[in-house]
Write a protein of this length. Structure first.
Length: 424
C-alpha cells in the first residue's frame, strides 16, 4: 500500500503541478480531494503546456485513473471546457471519474460571489469570484446540489427551482442585483449534466480498493497550507481544507491509509490577495524575484506578492500536515542576487516568536528575523546533482531542514519536468 500526498506548504502557487506530474507518472490513481477551479496547476510535458484547474494531473498518463473526489466543487461549464481542451491535444478522458457526492457550482454561486465581494468594498477578501465559497456555503447549509442530483434530470430540475428561487430573492432583495433566468439555467445545465453523467460514480470505493491492493495512489493537493479554512490566515483563506487532513475527508479514506505527506515550497515566499506577509519585499529585490520567477497567477493572471523564504511558515506546514519531506522548488530565480535571506523567527513587541500566530493582528505586528547567506550567480538549470549547487544555496537549504525539522527530498532548478535534483 502506498498512499502519497503532495500539497502546498505556503500560500499556494508553489509549483506543485510539476512535482505532482512527476509522481503521477508512477501512480496508478491520482486523486483531487478539495477546492475548485480557483486553483491551477501548470504542467510542461515535451514542451507542451497544460494548465489544469479541476482535472488531476495524472490525466496526461493514459493508464492512470484520475479521480475528482467528494470534497471538490465542480463548475460543469469549466470542467467540460477543460475536458474539450485536453481532448483537442489528444489526451484521453477514459480514466476520469467524478465522485457522486461532489457539489456543483451553479450560476447563482458565481453571482453571489461577485455581489458579496463588491458589497464588502475595501474590506473584500480577494476571492477569485468563481463561486467557490458560496458553493461550500450551500454544502454546509445542506441545500447544495451534488453530482448525483445533477445527473438525475427530474431531481435536478426540482432542486434547481427550489434553491434558485431562494437565491434570486437574495440576489435581488439583499444585494440589489438582477435575478437569474432559471429556465435558461435548467436548459443549459441539463445539457452539461448529460455530458458528464458517464463520469460520475462512488470514487471512494475505487480509492480504497486501490490502496488495499497495494497500488500507488497519489493525492494531489490544490492551493496551500496557509489557505486552509481552519489553519490558514483566516479570513484570507479558501473555503476548503488544503492540508493533509482534508485529503482524507475529501477523498473518502482514513488517515491510516496514507504513507507519505510531501510539502512543496518555493525557495522564496509568495502570496496573492490581502493579509499580513512578514517577509514581503517592496523593493527592487521583490520585483526581481517576481519577474525571474514569473510570479503571476495561473488562474487569475494577478501578480503575486513576493518575499524571502519564511521558515516559520514552513515549520508550521510540517507540523499541521505531518510532512515526511519538503520539496524546495524554484531556487533558480534567486540567481543573481547578492544575498539570500532566510526568516528563522519573528520579533513582536521585543519578543522572539518561533511559532506561526493564529491571530492575524499579531501576525501583522511581526517582523522577520533573518539569517543571511551569500548570493550566487550561476545558471542552475542544467544541474542534476546536489553537489553541483552553489555552496551558499546548499547552506540555505540545509538551514531550512534544520529549522523545520524535516528533510528536503527534491530541489527544483527550472520549469522543465527534468529540471530537478534529488537530495540524497
Amino acid at each position: 500500500m502506498s498512499g502519497k500526498i503532495i500539497l502546498g506548504a505556503q500560500w499556494g502557487d508553489e509549483g506543485k503541478g510539476k512535482f505532482i506530474d512527476i509522481f503521477a507518472s508512477k501512480a496508478e490513481l491520482v486523486v483531487r480531494s478539495q477546492g475548485g477551479n480557483n486553483a491551477g496547476h501548470t504542467v510542461i510535458v515535451n514542451d507542451e503546456v497544460y494548465k489544469l484547474h479541476l482535472i488531476p494531473s495524472g490525466i496526461l498518463y493514459p493508464e492512470t485513473k484520475n479521480i475528482i473526489g467528494a470534497g471538490v466543487v465542480i463548475d460543469p461549464k469549466v470542467i467540460l471546457s477543460e475536458m474539450s481542451g485536453l481532448e483537442s491535444k489528444g489526451v484521453s478522458l477514459k480514466n476520469l471519474l467524478i465522485d457522486a457526492r461532489a457539489h456543483v457550482i451553479m450560476p447563482w454561486h458565481i453571482a453571489l460571489d461577485e455581489l458579496s465581494e463588491a458589497a464588502r468594498g475595501s474590506a473584500d477578501i480577494g476571492t477569485t469570484r468563481r463561486g467557490i465559497g458560496p458553493c461550500y456555503m450551500d454544502k454546509t447549509e445542506r441545500c447544495g446540489i451534488r453530482m448525483h442530483d445533477f445527473i438525475n434530470k427530474d431531481k435536478f430540475i426540482k432542486k434547481l427551482y427550489q434553491v434558485g428561487e431562494i437565491k434570486n430573492s437574495l440576489i435581488e432583495k439583499f444585494y440589489g442585483g438582477k435575478a437569474l433566468n432559471l429556465d435558461d439555467i435548467a436548459r443549459k445545465y441539463s445539457e452539461y449534466a448529460e455530458r458528464l453523467s458517464g463520469f460520475v460514480s462512488d470514487t471512494s470505493v475505487a480509492v480504497f480498493d486501490a490502496l488495499k491492493a497495494g497500488k500507488e495512489v497519489l493525492f494531489e493537493g490544490a492551493q496551500g497550507t496557509l489557505l486552509d479554512l481552519d489553519m490558514g490566515t483566516y479570513p484570507y483563506v479558501t473555503s476548503s481544507h488544503p492540508v493533509a487532513g482534508g485529503v482524507c475527508i475529501g477523498s473518502g479514506i482514513g488517515p491510516t491509509l496514507i504513507d507519505e505527506a510531501i510539502g512543496v515550497a518555493k525557495g522564496y515566499t509568495t502570496r496573492v490577495g490581502k493579509g499580513p506577509f512578514p517577509t514581503e519585499l517592496f523593493d527592487d529585490t521583490g520585483e526581481y524575484i517576481r519577474q525571474k520567477g514569473a510570479e503571476f497567477g495561473t488562474t487569475t493572471g494577478r501578480p503575486r506578492r513576493t518575499g524571502w523564504f519564511d521558515a516559520v511558515i514552513a515549520r508550521f506546514a510540517v507540523r499541521v500536515n505531518g510532512l515526511t519531506s519538503l520539496v524546495i522548488n524554484k531556487v533558480d530565480p534567486l540567481a543573481g542576487l547578492p544575498v539570500l535571506k532566510l526568516c528563522t523567527a519573528y520579533e513582536r513587541n521585543g519578543k522572539i516568536i518561533t511559532d506561526f500566530p493564529a491571530d492575524l493582528d499579531e501576525l501583522a505586528e511581526c517582523k522577520p528575523v533573518y539569517e543571511e547567506f551569500d548570493g550566487f550567480d550561476m545558471d542552475l538549470g542544467g544541474m542534476r546533482r546536489y553537489s553541483e549547487l552553489p555552496t551558499s544555496l546548499k547552506k540555505h537549504i540545509e538551514a531550512i531542514e534544520h529549522i523545520c525539522g524535516c528533510p528536503v527530498s527534491i530541489i527544483g532548478v527550472g520549469p522543465g519536468r527534468d529540471q530537478i535534483i534529488y537530495k540524497g
